[in-house]
Design a protein around this ligand. Structure first.
Ligand code: SAM
Ligand code: SF4
Length: 316
């Protein structure tokens, strides 16, 4: 369906848990968050019902996220229960255990967060000594036949000296890498992101021509081919180049809130409707009306009306 601004909504980011096995400083507050109680998290059957209705309304692609989606028990079977093409964004720590089963369940691809190749930096940034597991997870995902992309959030004084090394790593293992601008969602007050233009300037000789319209490339990233390589470098620039005009996504939080914009709380509580016995038509109309009211654009410079959820509670 289209929203009130004429944008076609086809992509659902589905958070299956607000729990995580890492503590990335830009995502999770240091003191942690108050986790949802088990009873408040949507069951797989509820997810199946809601995603079925969303598919009727035009959703074609679902990306499982979290928290960390692979800490949700049974997530492999959830993949096989969902309609549409299913992808996942993961920190990779548990991929070596699950990659093969996920592929067999129908998962098409994974975006794996990799902000650093340095063990100490990884520990400082995530609070855990798990870089080795993530690297193993990347191998396992490739071996299982999943399509793999790497995601990196460049941060001043943290991983900024590793941008070239991360690109070289992506090239060596023949995958694409995307650099995401740090967003002010919740808890990164003491961190400073690096704008896309600065990274592009630095990577100058590594980057060849733009490949923005390759058929497998959809979504907000602007891609460039790496010189002399099949790998591509993508830039997701919500801060410096707002891409809201082309936004095709909605989000469903683990407790069933359909969120129509990353920044704002606008949307509808589908869990409440579902558990109060609303029928198919009522839920469908509630979704349609929330999508019609999808905000035109984020305004990360201002806090007015911002959602209080942290990134770990939304899923990116
Ligand atoms: N745990 C999984 C992971 O890390 O990939 C999925 C959830 S995580 C919230 C999804 C994505 O959001 C990750 O790529 C992460 O780097 C990104 N992210 C988290 N906080 C962010 C922030 N403040 N600004 C930009 N990206 C952020
Ligand atoms: Fe966890 Fe992903 Fe957030 Fe890191 S970015 S704390 S891995 S949810």
């Amino acid at each position: 369906m289209t929203d009130g601004k004429g944008r076609k909504i086809e992509y659902l980011r589905l958070s299956v848990t607000d729990k995580c096995n890492l503590r990335c400083r830009y995502c999770m507050p240091e003191e942690g968050i108050r986790h949802l109680e088990h009873k408040d998290v949507l069951s797989f059957e509820e997810l199946q019902t809601l995603t079925g209705i969303l598919k009727e309304l035009g959703i074609r692609k679902i990306r499982l996220t979290g928290g960390e989606p692979l800490v949700r028990k049974g997530v492999v079977s959830l993949v096989s229960m969902l309609p549409c093409d299913v992808y996942m964004t993961t920190n990779g720590c548990r991929l070596s255990e699950h990659a093969k089963a996920l592929r067999e369940a129908g998962l098409l691809g994974v975006n794996i967060s990799l902000d650093t190749l340095d063990r100490d930096t990884f520990m400082k940034l995530t609070g855990r000594d798990e870089l080795g597991l993530v690297l193993k997870g990347i191998d396992a995902a490739k071996e299982a036949g999943l399509s793999v992309k790497l995601n990196c959030v460049p941060i001043k004084g943290v991983n900024e000296s590793e941008i070239e090394a991360l690109c070289a790593f992506a090239e060596r293992i023949s995958v694409d890498i995307r650099f995401i601008e740090l967003m002010p969602i919740g808890c990164m007050h003491e961190l400073t992101g690096i704008p896309t233009d600065v990274i592009i300037g630095r990577l100058g000789p590594v980057i060849a021509e733009p490949v923005g319209n390759a058929p497998d490339l959809t979504g907000p990233a602007q891609y460039y081919r790496m010189n002399g390589s099949e790998s591509r470098i993508g830039f997701i620039s919500p801060m410096s180049h707002r891409f809201c005009d082309a936004c095709n996504r909605i989000r469903l939080t683990a407790d069933g809130y359909l969120k129509t914009c990353l920044q704002y709380a606008s949307g509808v509580d589908l869990r409440r409707l579902l558990r109060n016995g609303a029928d198919h038509t009522t839920i469908r109309s509630a979704i349609e009306s929330a999508i019609k009211d999808k905000p035109a654009a984020h305004d990360f410079g201002s806090d007015t009306g911002s959602d209080t959820r942290r990134m770990v509670q939304i899923g990116g």
